[in-house]
Design a protein around this ligand. Structure first.
Ligand code: PLP
Length: 410
């Protein structure tokens, strides 16, 4: 793959930011969009726009086909056995909340356990706190190693016959650690638990096969994988989606409505109450076409290569602390760091002044920040349109930041 060619598909790279070409290192927050996705969205609104599953008119049929075709694309992308196991949602957050409300709150009871690491994004942590509060179940946190990795023996020790849910990110959005989801799934299943996988940072960046991972649920967001905002996916095993209750009730999701009771359609439609996210799903389908054309294995290798380069470059700079797996250890395409003694917001502001966009803050992972002993960090995250020059631009901008704050502090 050639990132210089790929960049030509992304109109945003023509933007000049504070007098500099854009160096976009914040794809873990949201990715940029190629013109192939933007064109599909425009075409949909210009030539297909209609509500789905309702009208018998031609446009209604076109929209329905395009929408259901997008579901098929998602299913193939994650190797789901059937498109009926793919629910369109607003994103990872909504997908996990739907599991929490439609499954966990109905199934769990006093004394049950939910096992998770303390490094989870708030969207895979707070819904479980809420489940625990509502049901009397208990949250049990896995110990983290200093580099953010999880030892399987600790999972073995934590997961018991009381465990009903193991919730874990495939890839940490802060540290870039890649969790051994298949091994953890095996431990969960041996103990009669299900496993909920937050795929927000893995599905956009590496090949993901839900059957190989043997995950019971998988959640991810379209906007982090070249798709539009406002669309995401909840994948579930068939029997679990059958057991799970809808979270939203109204049009679209019903079978028969009586005055005092109603019945629902089958999954996935029973979970898609109201007019669904039609354009979003179609845009996500176009994003998947784009990613498939490049190849997920190539993308994974490219992103990890840039992150490894950044870890190496930044680790050699005085005054920079790099968090997460040591150089040479598996890491996805992101690197989290701090300039010692300087707030990451200030670092990010100086980087922005030369066109380098990084994320700064707690990354929706406050408990992890506490474990790391910091309030916040800066994070550079890479994707298929980034180059080695972007890593160098980051390092040089950090040198400038050091100089700037050196003067300010001195
Ligand atoms: N989980 C992880 C690991 C993430 O990185 C994010 C987004 O930053 C989310 C969940 C939440 O995704 P969304 O805001 O698209 O629902």
């Amino acid at each position: 793959m050639n990132p210089l060619e790929i960049r030509k598909d992304f109109p945003i790279f023509q933007e000049i930011i504070n007098g500099h070409p854009l160096v976009y290192l914040d794809s873990a927050a949201t990715s940029q969009k190629p013109r192939q996705v933007l064109e599909v969205l425009q075409r949909y609104y210009e030539r297909e726009n209609s509500n789905v599953h309702r009208g018998v008119h031609t446009l209604g049929t076109r929209a329905t086909e395009a929408y259901e075709n997008a579901r098929e694309k998602v299913a193939r992308f994650i190797h789901a056995p059937s498109a009926n196991q793919v629910v369109f949602t607003r994103g990872t957050t909504e997908s996990i909340n739907m599991i929490a409300y439609g499954y966990a709150r109905l199934k769990l009871k006093q004394g049950d356990e939910i096992v998770l690491p303390p490094s989870e994004h708030h969207s895979n942590l707070i819904p479980w706190q809420q489940v625990a509060r509502a049901t009397g179940a208990r949250l049990k946190y896995l110990p983290l190693q200093g580099d953010g990795t999880i030892r399987l023996e600790d999972v073995e020790a934590a997961v018991t016959s009381d465990t009903k849910i193991v919730a874990i990110a495939h890839v940490s959005n802060v540290l870039g650690t890649i969790n051994p989801v298949r091994d953890i799934a095996d431990i969960a299943h041996r103990n009669g638990s299900i496993i909920v996988v937050d795929g927000a940072q893995s599905v956009p960046h590496m090949p993901v096969d839900v059957q190989e991972l043997d995950c019971d649920f998988l959640a991810f967001s379209g906007h982090k994988m070249l798709g539009p905002t406002g669309v995401g996916v909840l994948y579930g095993k068939k029997s679990l989606l059958e057991e799970m209750e809808p979270t939203y009730f109204g049009g679209e999701m019903i079978d028969v409505v009586e005055l005092h009771e109603s019945t629902w359609k089958e999954a996935p439609w029973k979970f898609e109450g109201g007019t669904p996210i039609i354009a979003g799903a179609i845009g996500l389908g176009a994003a998947i076409d784009y990613l498939n054309r490049i190849g997920m294995a190539e993308i994974a290798e490219h992103d990890a290569h840039l992150a490894a380069l950044a870890v190496d470059r930044l680790s050699k700079m005085d005054g920079i602390s790099v968090y997460g797996p040591a150089a040479g250890q598996p890491r996805s395409g992101l690197v989290t760091f701090n300039l010692d003694g300087v707030h990451p917001h200030d670092v990010a502001t100086v980087l922005d002044s030369v066109g380098v966009a990084v994320r700064a803050g707690h990354h929706c992972a406050q408990p992890l920040m506490r474990l790391l002993g910091v309030g916040s960090t800066a994070r550079a995250s890479f994707y298929l349109y980034n180059t080695e020059d972007d890593v160098e631009a980051l390092a040089q901008a950090l040198e400038q930041a050091k100089e700037f704050f050196g003067y300010a502090i001195g």
